[in-house]
Design a binder for this molecule. Structure first.
Ligand code: ADP
Ligand code: MG
Length: 395
């Protein structure tokens, strides 16, 4: 386990004007355009995606922005305002999985995936600026990929629909970057809409926008980044997937999506104790997503607190993917006025979310900071996010 120490809580991000000016300074000409794509928070529906189930993420008001200009040759020049990698130059024709280094895997993965689909992506100059925190579980990598694919879709006139872009960015992450991710993050980034969450069926990729407005309900959604990073490579993620596959096989269904809460009694007799708990998490989590959607369609966000709490308990006790920092963030938020809280993302670290009345926000923040200090944990980053627009051209 490692602790990240950069502070993301105040990240502002460059204005479009600044980004255009920086591009000109670096590349000696104006960009052809500017595009942005947001990170995402998963409101509820964790580890349901690869079980062909339901998720309910939303696009957040933190974005990756790219300024891009087409070149007349096959050269790609890439620069990020973050880090010190400088301008990375490469040739389009030699792009292969394994050839790209550092952050350039993400934009180059998208270029590669589009070229694999037969889209004639030209050489490019590209400048990235992002204020999506890295590695906090808010999908900074997909924000980059979605900004780039939206730019390339416009610049090449490829005319891709959102679902094609979802699959192309998945191909980029899986086959070029080498990350075994699904379709949730880019679906939220590409399809998100201000004041909405994206209700996504991971079986057939159908999506529907569900109203999720925190402001009018005088609520804020706090993200508590524990700064604990845990690599999925240690097998925790793979073993959860394997348990889910075993559970589905023993229960005789294609995926755990096909089981309902009423089937759990039968499952408890057929599965070993650990596999049963893994299955119970996924089955009840799918049900909680559906209930959350109903509540957001009806009474609104103040009604969903108990479902967020139940989701956390299920991940902590049945799926066993929480950690002391996440549990402390959730418990402390709840004890100090949050109406619901849960860890979000793949687990073993990353961030928790706490749906909090506006007038309790400061109390929750102070209490979490103090609780972390008292426990001897690294100071968390705490910031608010709101449901924001999906990927778009901004200039
Ligand atoms: P997450 O997507 O959850 O934030 P990942 O590990 O998938 O975490 O992606 C983080 C990686 O994305 C970083 O290691 C870095 O390579 C890249 N990245 C994200 N934001 C930027 C940025 N502003 N500049 C350069 N690289 C970035
Ligand atoms: Mg990522």
């Amino acid at each position: 386990m490692t602790t990240r120490n950069q502070d993301n809580s105040q990240a502002a991000g460059a204005t479009p004007q600044d980004l255009g000016a920086r591009f000109e300074q670096e590349f000696g000409r104006a960009p052809d355009g500017l595009w942005q794509a947001p990170g995402r928070v998963n409101l509820i529906g964790e580890h349901t995606d690869y079980n062909e189930g339901f998720v309910l993420p939303f696009a957040i008001d933190r974005t990756a922005r790219v300024a891009v200009a087409v070149r007349q040759d096959a050269t790609m020049r890439l620069l990020s305002t973050y880090g010190d990698q400088g301008v990375v130059s490469t040739n389009l024709e030699t792009l292969q999985p394994g050839t790209a280094k550092g952050w350039t895997k993400y934009p180059l993965g998208v270029v590669w995936a589009l070229r694999q689909r037969g889209i004639d992506v030209p050489g490019l100059d590209l400048l990235l600026d992002s204020n999506v925190p890295l590695g906090a579980g808010l999908s900074s990598s997909h924000a980059i990929e979605c900004a780039v694919i939206t730019a390339l879709n416009d610049l090449t006139g490829a005319g891709l629909e959102a679902e094609d872009m979802v699959l192309a960015t998945q191909r980029a992450e899986n086959d070029f970057v080498g990350a075994p991710t699904g379709i949730m993050d880019q679906s939220a980034s590409l399809r998100g809409s201000q004041g909405h969450a994206v209700f996504l069926d991971c079986r057939d990729q159908t999506a529907r926008l569900v109203p999720f407005e925190t402001g009018p309900a005088r609520l804020v959604l706090l993200v508590i980044d524990t700064k604990v990073s845990h690599s999925h490579a240690d097998g925790g993620y793979a073993s959860r997937r394997a348990s889910c596959e075993l559970g589905a096989e023993v229960m005789g269904v294609k995926a755990l999506r096909d089981l309902e809460v009423a089937d759990l009694e039968e499952a408890s007799g057929l599965l070993d104790e650990v596999t049963f708990r893994r299955v119970r998490h996924v089955v009840t989590e799918n049900d909680r997503v559906l209930q959350t959607v109903d509540l957001l369609d009806g009474p609104g966000p103040d009604a969903i607190g108990p479902l967020l709490d139940a989701s956390h308990a299920s991940m902590r006790d049945d799926f066993e993917i929480s950690c002391p920092e996440l549990d402390l963030a959730v418990d402390t938020s709840r004890a100090n006025g949050a109406i619901g809280a849960r860890m979000t993302g793949g687990g073993f670290g990353g961030a928790a979310i706490a749906l909090t009345p506006l007038d309790a926000e400061q109390k929750v923040r102070d209490a979490v900071v103090k609780a972390f200090a008292d426990a001897g944990f690294a100071a968390p980053d705490i910031f608010t996010v709101s449901p924001a627009a999906g990927a778009m051209r901004i200039a």
